[in-house]
Design a protein around this ligand. Structure first.
Ligand code: ADP
Length: 270
């Protein structure tokens, strides 16, 4: 039986991913890395968690394997499976196994979305054992010294039915992320979109106000990512409110009243 792993994307980041530190996140992550403690990046969608990790992978010169978890993702998708090729049976490593073998940083984005059997396979990787059981091969492998497990977790999404078990969460060093403070967010939005800083500032100010609508029934508030999209459309020549409608309001709510409330807020700043 041969083994191959051609499909798992393992990224070597050769150019610095732009990341603007907000607090002590670099120091916390470096300390966790030095002791190879698994890390949980906690925070709403679009606030910089993925970019932060890309930046850290670049700094540490480690390859990065990212898995966007979804409700059909099983432990086999992470660990690997047998494939039939002609009359040969081939074992194919999943992304987690590949990261464990090769000493990559493995990022399980929104792990809570995945099937619960996925959390079972990561447990032995999160403590002193640093082992990955591969049931289908009847074996377990020891993690490469440079392997690091990182998960992301959006506390706003969780329901009683879908949440990480406290015992799982406690296996990780937790790092809280939120939207960057206004001044930083302004420079991030301007830099990422190419829009003038002053215009970017208006979007950021409006977003700060719009984020208060969370209590009015919005499931998701305006993310830094959404602001960057709106700014990118504006930089491409779209009128500001058209850009806001397309990049912020439409994706964020289907409710006409909430949409109108958002529109009013952005209109008053732009
Ligand atoms: P998340 O993983 O939290 O959903 P991302 O990391 O994809 O969000 O962030 C969305 C976008 O916001 C990024 O592509 C990046 O352009 C920008 N961004 C957010 N925070 C920062 C930051 N601190 N420094 C640089 N860019 C940031």
């Amino acid at each position: 039986m041969s083994r191959h792993s051609p499909e798992t994307p393992l990224r070597h980041l050769t150019e610095e991913p732009y990341y603007q530190p907000v607090g002590n996140e670099l120091a916390v992550f470096m300390a966790a890395w030095q002791r190879r403690l698994p890390v949980m990046l906690k925070g709403p969608t679009g606030c910089g968690k993925t970019r932060f990790l890309e930046h850290m992978a670049w700094r540490l010169k480690r390859p990065l394997v990212t898995v966007a978890c979804h409700e059909d993702l099983t432990s086999s998708d992470l660990v690997g499976r047998f494939l039939i090729e002609g009359d040969e049976t081939i074992w194919q490593d999943g992304p987690l196994t590949r990261a464990v073998r090769e000493g990559a940083i493995c990022y399980l984005d929104e792990i809570v979305e995945a099937r619960t059997d996925t959390t079972v396979v990561i447990h032995p990787l999160t403590d002193h054992r640093r082992h990955l059981p591969i049931d289908k091969l009847g074996t377990e492998i020891s993690a490469h010294p440079d392997f690091l497990l990182v998960i992301s977790y959006n506390p706003g999404y969780q329901t009683v039915l879908k949440d990480l078990k406290p015992s799982t969460k406690q296996r990780f060093v937790g790092m809280n992320f939120s939207y960057p403070p206004a001044e930083l967010e302004q420079s991030i939005v301007a830099r990422e979109s190419g829009l003038a800083v002053e215009q970017a500032g208006k979007l950021v100010q409006a977003a700060a106000k719009a984020r208060n609508l969370k209590d009015q029934g919005l499931q998701e508030v305006t993310s830094t990512r959404a602001l960057i999209y709106a700014a990118t459309l504006m930089a491409a020549g779209l009128a500001p409110m058209e850009a806001v409608a397309a990049a912020i309001i439409s994706p964020q709510t289907d409710d006409p009243e909430l949409g109108a409330a958002l529109e009013e807020i952005f209109q008053s700043f732009l």
